[in-house]
Design a protein around this ligand. Structure first.
Ligand SMILES: [Zn+2]
Length: 259
């Protein structure tokens, strides 16, 4: 009987796990007992094995300190490791956009964490922009796709006009600490007419040293933004002595007190 169910589930489901590329099996018993359950299974982009390897953290607030720049609060729940690394890679380089909906759920959790310190409904989501040449080559900006889903789910404004990347930059996580800072220094330009008076939440796929987010934040505040914080899908583990530290027990501290 089990063998029959396995064959049927594979025949019905053409989808593969977005991380390990194994066939996703459908829980046929669940499907027959509850169509709603079927819908949930059908939307899943990870097999059980990969899903349970994600190390989702219960709390996600961090402060990014980059020399000469204001501290920035960033919420990010997942370490950049294991299956998540593969999924983000497939999204960016294999155009695997099916994962966006599910990945955006993790960003929604980060947004809820940020909501303990920032009035998120007064904010505008601003995806970290790609340089236009890279966006044309890739066909999309993954941060923008993710931010769109979060904006829709939480009924928050999203605006891509506030910020532009004015020169191409190398991928941050392959660079050393100092090079990361130099790589993004002066790489962004904000439009004052949209940034002025805005409370901004930057959205990106990955937090490394925070140099990119800090550079975006200082450009926005120089152009009149009242506050800037950020959510990212994942964070890269920072070696001891790095500039990213976990924020603990700050639920009752206001954002102003952190400056
Ligand atoms: Zn898998």
């Amino acid at each position: 009987m089990q063998a029959f169910l396995d064959v049927m589930s594979l025949a019905l489901c053409q989808e593969k796990c977005r991380a390990c590329r194994e066939d996703l099996k459908i829980d046929l018993v669940g499907f027959l007992s509850s169509p709603k359950h079927w819908k949930q299974v059908n939307r899943s982009t990870l097999c059980n094995s990969c899903f349970f390897k994600l190390e989702l953290e219960p709390s996600s607030l961090r402060i990014v300190n980059n020399q000469g720049m204001a501290p920035l609060i960033v919420a990010s729940r997942l370490p950049y490791a294991g299956p998540l690394k593969k999924i983000i890679y497939h999204l960016k380089y294999d155009d695997d956009r099916l994962v966006v909906e599910d990945l955006s759920l993790f960003l929604s959790q980060a947004l809820q964490d940020l909501g303990k310190m920032v009035r998120v409904n007064d904010c505008i989501l601003v995806p970290v922009p790609l340089h236009w040449k890279r966006k044309i080559k890739r066909g999309f900006n993954q941060a923008e796709l993710l931010a769109n889903r979060v904006a829709y789910r939480h009924d928050i404004r999203i605006d891509t006009r506030l910020l532009a990347r004015t020169r191409p930059t190398a991928t941050q996580h392959q660079l050393g600490k100092e090079d990361r800072k130099l790589n993004v220094e002066g790489a962004f330009q904000a439009q004052r007419k949209y940034a002025e008076g805005a409370h901004v939440i930057l959205v990106d796929d990955l937090l490394t040293s925070g140099a990119t987010l800090s550079s975006c934040a200082s450009t926005l505040t120089d152009n009149g933004a009242l506050s800037v914080s950020a959510i990212t899908l994942a964070y890269a583990q920072v070696s001891k002595g790095g500039k990213t530290e976990k924020v603990r027990n700050l639920e009752t501290t206001s954002i102003e007190k952190l400056d």
